[in-house]
Design a protein around this ligand. Structure first.
Ligand SMILES: Cc1cc2nc3c(=O)[nH]c(=O)nc-3n(C[C@H](O)[C@H](O)[C@H](O)COP(=O)(O)OP(=O)(O)OC[C@H]3O[C@@H](n4cnc5c(N)ncnc54)[C@H](O)[C@@H]3O)c2cc1C
Length: 423
């Protein structure tokens, strides 16, 4: 092997977290390489954005391009029971104000490519079809990143690694950091793209629909060009218990018990195979070492029910880049304080969602969620969270606490009407 090229920072993975971190690092004057194992555009799941993520796209300089890319506008979200007995529709404008009136439902192949192109234009050297397979001298100023590219193996020398490798969590695995699982029950998502799925009319056309079934839920995300992303989330144990292997059979069976979704899909046809992703919700206890920093899903993954993944990926990528450029200017690695604050902030964003996700999966909690008390203005606080607000004020925090207590109480004294199909 010839003498390794030297970059100030190497970013592992060119998804939203990697592109965001790379763009910011390059803009701060660092020589950056983004190593991406796939050739873009490539399929990825996670198509529903949150309005509070818009400002991050603006900060990265891609908002205009997102606006003119023909993605489906998303003005809100709706939650329902798949038996059609309950429906709650949220509008971002009503709850978050006119500045956050809408965001987008995006086909990730196109969206991620747009972000990666932006990183390239910011000055990053993007190497696609290049997989990172190891690191020599990890967490030092002279790390050697071992790569496998189209013309064979090679090495890159660097002083900083941003791990943005998504759920494959390259650095966490490599450094053998033990994972924490905040959610006891493992789940599996089965999903695909469909054509001709029935949509809401008017501005609600782009609403994401979350339809709750016993033990799980369906999502319907309307995309551009009459395409809809439909997914089913169920406990992994259901696959084991019934000895079922075939994704199509499981999906079809769940649809039979979900008239709300089945009716919308009556005249649809599937585009390509169904895919499955299993065993999610975990995080590492620490997201930063002296010279290696974990971003987006590579730091931890929370259940996607509230569509928070891309926003947290962008936010953590931007934050990680700021910490690195600051430390580099001072000629040092990340301090204990940097590492603590970064882990604390990113964990807090995840934790806020984790709390409300718990409520969503709990039957009694969901009954209250579908009938939250208006006098406490709980719906407003939930809508802020659903819109992607990660800095809830004290009133919102108190309301959410009250909401959690009401959910607990619901198990003893029924406060909200029960939903028999979930029992
Ligand atoms: C079923 C499901 C539904 C979801 N729905 C939503 C949603 O509606 N809205 C939302 O916001 N989020 C959703 N998410 C979450 C969202 O997909 C992720 O949070 C988001 O993609 C994270 O971005 P990232 O950049 O951290 O990782 P990724 O987008 O996964 O990007 C990681 C990149 O790293 C590359 N890579 C991996 N390993 C290596 C390596 N060793 N070397 C080089 N490259 C490597 C991969 O090829 C990939 O391109 C969902 C997730 C799941 C599983």
């Amino acid at each position: 092997m010839s003498q390794p090229a030297r970059y100030d920072a190497v970013v592992v993975g060119g998804g939203p977290a990697g592109s965001a971190a790379g763009s910011k690092l390059a803009a701060a004057g660092l020589k950056v390489a983004i190593l991406e194992k796939e050739k873009f555009p490539r399929f990825s799941i996670g198509e529903s954005l949150l309005p509070h993520g818009n400002s991050l796209l603006k900060e990265l300089g891609v908002w205009e391009r997102v606006e003119s890319s023909g993605f489906m506008r998303k003005y809100g979200a709706e939650f329902c029971t798949a038996d059609k007995s309950r429906l709650r529709r949220f509008w971002f404008a009503q709850n978050l104000g006119p500045a956050l009136e809408y965001t987008y439902q995006v086909e990730r192949a196109k969206f991620d490519e747009l972000l990666l192109d932006n990183a390239r234009e910011s000055g990053c050297q993007v190497m696609e079809e290049t997989k990172v397979i190891g690191v020599e001298n990890p967490d030092t100023a002279t790390m050697e990143v071992l790569c496998e590219g189209p013309s064979g193996p090679f090495k890159i020398e660097t002083g900083w690694i941003v791990d943005a490798s998504g759920r494959s969590a390259f650095a966490g695995q490599f450094l053998r950091i033990p994972r924490k699982r905040p959610q006891k029950n493992r789940r599996i998502a089965i999903y695909g793209h469909f054509e001709n799925v029935l949509r809401n009319g008017g501005k609600a056309e782009g609403h994401i629909t979350i339809a709750r079934i016993k033990g799980g839920w369906f999502w319907l995300i309307p995309l551009a060009n009459n395409k809809t992303s439909v997914g089913l989330v169920i406990p992994s144990s259901e696959l084991r218990d019934h000895g079922k292997k075939d994704l199509e059979e499981i999906f079809a069976q769940a649809l039979q018990a979900a008239p709300e979704v089945a009716d919308r899909m009556r005249h649809s046809n599937r585009l390509g195979q169904l895919k499955a992703t299993g065993d999610y919700s975990w995080k590492f206890p620490t997201f930063a070492k002296r010279r290696i920093i974990l971003t987006g899903d590579a730091a931890g993954f929370i259940d996607p029910i509230f569509s928070s993944g891309v926003m947290i990926a962008l936010k953590s990528g931007i934050r990680a880049a700021a910490l690195i450029s600051h430390a580099k200017k001072e000629g040092r690695g990340l301090s204990h304080w940097d590492r603590f604050i970064y882990t604390f902030q990113v964990s807090r964003w995840m934790h806020q969602y984790a709390q409300i996700i718990k409520v969503f999966y709990d039957r009694a909690g969901f009954e209250v969620f579908m009938n939250p008390s208006p006098f406490l203005q709980i719906p407003l606080s939930i809508a802020r969270l659903v819109g992607g607000e990660t800095k809830l004020n004290s009133f919102d925090k108190l309301r959410l606490l009250a909401f959690q207590w009401i959910c607990r109480l619901q198990k003893i004294i029924p406060i909200a009407p029960s939903i028999p199909s979930l029992r």
